[in-house]
Write a protein that binds this ligand. Sequence first.
Ligand code: KIV
Ligand code: ZN
Length: 515
Amino acid sequence: MSHIRIFDTTLRDGEQTPGVALNTEAKVAIAKQLARLGVDIIEAGFPIASTGDYEAVRRIATEVQGLVICGLARTAKPDIERAAQALEPAARRRIHIFTSGSKIHLEHMLRKTEEEVIATSVECVRLAGEFTDDIEFSAQDCTRSDPEFLYRLYGAAIEAGATTINIPDTVGYGMPEEYAALIREIRRNTQGVDHVAISTHCHDDLGLAVANSLAAVAAGATQVECTINGIGERAGNTSLEEVVMALDTRRDHWGHTHGIDTREIYRTSRMVSMYTGTMVPPNKAVVGDNAFAHESGIHQDGVIKAIETYEIMSAEMVGRDAGVLVMGKHSGRRAFRRTLEELGYSELEDDKVNALFRQFKNLCDRKQSVTTEDIRVLAEAEATRVPETYRLDAVQFQSGTRLTPVATVRLATDTGIYEEAATGDGPVDAAYRAIERIAQVPLRLESYEIRSVGSGKDALGEVSIRVTSDGQTAHGRGLSTDVVEASAQAYVDALNRLAVGVSRPTGESRAIGTP
Ligand code: KIV
Ligand code: ZN
């Protein structure tokens, strides 16, 4: 039996998800939640990549305690020194140094021979040793590398001081048996490997990231690198919640332990989804809307008689208690605050609680029953709100089978209240055109998604959009029982994010040098 270390890279590899931009406040809030979740290591960023990355790693190193804070670095002196500087306030710090292992990378990216790669790696691991005794070393693209070279490279890194060796399947190419065999061969043939931890880092290009990570654990890996909701470059990374729940639900099979408080999983998933603007697909294992929904009559009948007929884990185990009626329009502020605390929002400032209480009362007027899930999404939206350059005061629309859709929007700003009307292809398009007329900021809508929070005709609709404007990309969220209003809110939220710089250059690859 081993303790499997969970290395979370949501804030580094996860932030490389196309269209995702997290500001420092958001990164610190997510890091604090990851600590509550119980991850062993947080990869907080790539300090040399930008001033923003550096500041976020430094803030996390200062404010998040009780676990290892890690910063990424290429095999270059300035990278390692910058990472060390950013991590300096952390009680337990790790520098994660990466190079490449495959011929394709050596020839086309690094333009170095194998011997040169080994020499630079050794030099950099030694340098990192001047700042910390916790050093992780990775060679990208291991699954397309010559294993003989990997044994020599990792052996040299271990001799120079690496304490964890990470075996990335950078392009999601490996098959589970193949990847497990690679881990076994590395364990058999690499000098000094018995004294270090072996880590797995998989990408999901063929939908095998979780399977590959578990195969690596079966072959002796004791660290799994993963992200919340599996977000990340291209098809994403290994999903933390899936790996953890596989280890947990099938402890009889694995016999391993982990430090995750599984009841914090759902909250962390929702938080990351809110801050990054990436919706979780409804059929996603563990955290998707449908993960615990039973649709067919036979299944429903089964779970009513005995829940284990069709459920291998309970919704409560991962912190989901959706659908519970908690409060009504006569509930008072004290009871509302207690519900927020039960949902984990005990640190909200009074003005946020007051704003939420007003929203809750409005919701009670519009919705027959208000559930914990409704309150949770309201609280998430409030917690992730950015300063409002524009505030949606009102939206009205007319639309129908034989009517040209028209919308009138009123926006409040510091300089007054502005109103415009516009026609469009539908009421949402008309509302977006009206907003554009007021703000005079041309936005291009790149994606639009809508999900229902709970069920019923009066359920809250949650709209998530991604827009681009003048070379910047930002996301926006809106929440209302009226989907046109939720759509208008999402557009205004995106405008506000662009206005305060919570955006990123369109098409920018955040982490220089990483695939
Ligand atoms: O996918 C990858 O190879 C990486 C490395 C930096 C570990 O993210
Ligand atoms: Zn990666």
